[in-house]
Design a protein around this ligand. Structure first.
Ligand code: AMP
Length: 455
């Protein structure tokens, strides 16, 4: 009989990774290296500097952490002495969420080794982090501001850091972290390996690379505008309140238990989550006005399937890694087409399939055109066939009806007839009062087919 266990790890084995790391990859269910892993692993293992263009979702965390851990294995010790566990690899990320995710991945990859890792970011109690740092760790994952606090408090020394990673460097620059980065890098030995990852290669990023990297190898796996082939892109025309009804219909008819819905504003995210909650969906919002603790709690609940719909703004969602999100909905289209690529990168990760649904109102047409241009796709705008009047039954009753209802996907996708396409672009879309009914549906300039009762 074929030994599938050996086969599974075979492609990773060819890199010569330490067996204790291979065993954790195997346990994590990784079968084949992703393109960025195939390119970066050998180069990083050799100790070369890297300038990598890769977005979240490509497997870039493993691409840099696995070879780093491999290089640190000679230093792995079971000694309890903090002095034997100095920080040897520093990974800087722009956001707390990304630090947490990278840190969790690193912990997973080195769980069969004595290597220690720690994650530090702001917005949470500093004392527990201080205690962990003082116990010693070979790998430190940090956001710049909190790391500087720890350096000032002398909770950590970076004098023995031999490897530096700047993850999502473009976002770090956008968020104004350059002075902090300069201060941190001044603490590091000049002789070190440095890796820089960024979704884009702007002139500013190249300048950063010139300053921090030494003769780097350039690795590029996905163009700036690339959307994964594994993501099926669908677009519906929807005006005003129909967008909310559409979200409910999509979640219910497709029986989705994990959906990320993007809005453009923090207030919009909170409002939509509250409305969906009132309609009986388990919804939460995640945005910049929430405390770090609240954000982490919401994210945990979402990962554990306790929250069906996560309504998020771009900043809060950047880098979110929730394995296997089957669907991302763009409730608001982003003003910047590149954000669309980031948003839908939350689904279809590392080869898994996913669906990205855009809800496009007539006033969004110019944004939709920008997105189509950037992604080089021509996604047909379809009519939404929404159920008739939404019920106002108590949430518990609605919840039951949802579980017993037969999905009506057959009425869901209808080719869009651009009824409103002759209307001038500047003319605002007619807004209805939220009480969607068949007669209103017929009157609207962007047509909505209203199907049989669903709720
Ligand atoms: P990242 O781009 O690093 O955020 O990774 C995206 C997701 O892909 C994470 O959930 C990883 O656990 C997963 N992943 C990374 N590498 C592989 C692989 N070779 N096979 C399967 N999943 C992977």
């Amino acid at each position: 009989m074929k030994d599938t266990t050996t086969d599974t790890a075979a492609s990773f084995t060819s890199f010569g990774l330490h067996p204790d790391l291979l065993s954790s990859i195997l346990a994590a269910g990784y079968t084949t290296p992703t393109p960025i892993q195939a390119q970066a692993l050998p180069v990083v293992m050799q100790g070369r500097d890297v300038m990598g263009a890769a977005q979240t979702g490509t497997g870039k965390t493993a691409a840099f952490s696995l070879p780093i851990l491999h290089r640190l294995m000679p230093f792995a010790t079971t000694s309890a002495s903090p002095a034997r566990h100095p920080v040897r690899a520093l990974i800087l990320t722009p956001t707390r969420e990304l630090a947490d995710q990278v840190g969790e991945s690193v912990k997973l990859y080195c769980k069969n080794t004595p290597l220690r890792s720690a994650i530090v970011f702001g917005g949470v109690d500093i004392n527990a982090q201080r205690d962990e740092l003082r116990r010693g760790c070979e790998i430190l994952i940090a956001t710049p501001g909190r790391l500087l606090d720890h350096i000032e408090q002398k909770n950590v020394s970076l004098a023995q850091v031999g490897i530096l990673v700047l993850d999502e460097a473009d976002r770090m620059l956008d968020m104004g972290f350059l002075p902090d980065l300069d201060r941190i890098v001044r603490q590091l030995p000049a002789q070190r390996q440095s890796l820089l990852f960024s979704a884009t290669f702007s002139p500013e990023i190249r300048k950063l690379g010139n300053n921090f990297l030494n003769n780097p190898v350039s690795i590029e796996v996905a163009a700036r505008n690339a959307t994964a082939d594994t993501v099926k892109q669908i677009a519906f025309s929807a005006e005003g309140d129909e967008k909310r009804l559409a979200v409910m219909h999509i979640v219910r008819s497709k029986k989705l238990s994990q959906v990320i819905v993007f809005t453009n504003t923090k207030a919009g995210a909170s409002r939509l989550a509250r409305q969906l909650e009132r309609e009986g969906l388990k919804a939460e919002s995640i945005h910049g006005d929430k405390s770090q603790l609240e954000r982490m709690k919401v994210l945990e609940a979402f990962k554990k399937d306790q929250v069906e719909v996560l309504v998020a703004t771009d900043v809060a969602a950047r880098g979110l890694d929730v394995a296997g999100v089957p669907c991302v909905i763009n409730y608001d289209l982003p003003f910047n087409a590149e954000d669309y690529v980031h948003r839908i990168g939350r689904t279809g990760r590392a080869g898994a399939s996913g669906e990205a649904i855009a809800l496009v109102s007539s006033s969004d047409m110019h944004l939709w055109a920008d997105i189509q241009k950037l992604t080089g796709k021509n996604t047909e705008l379809q009519r939404l066939n929404l159920p008739s009047t939404p019920s106002r039954t108590p949430s518990r009753q609605r919840d039951n009806s949802r579980r017993t209802h037969k999905p009506q996907d057959e009425i869901f996708y209808k080719p869009y007839q651009p009824v409103a396409s002759t209307a001038p672009k500047t003319q605002p879309a007619p807004r209805h009062n939220g009480n969607v009914g068949a007669s209103q549906g017929k009157k609207r300039s962007v047509g909505i087919l209203l199907g049989g009762g669903y709720y």
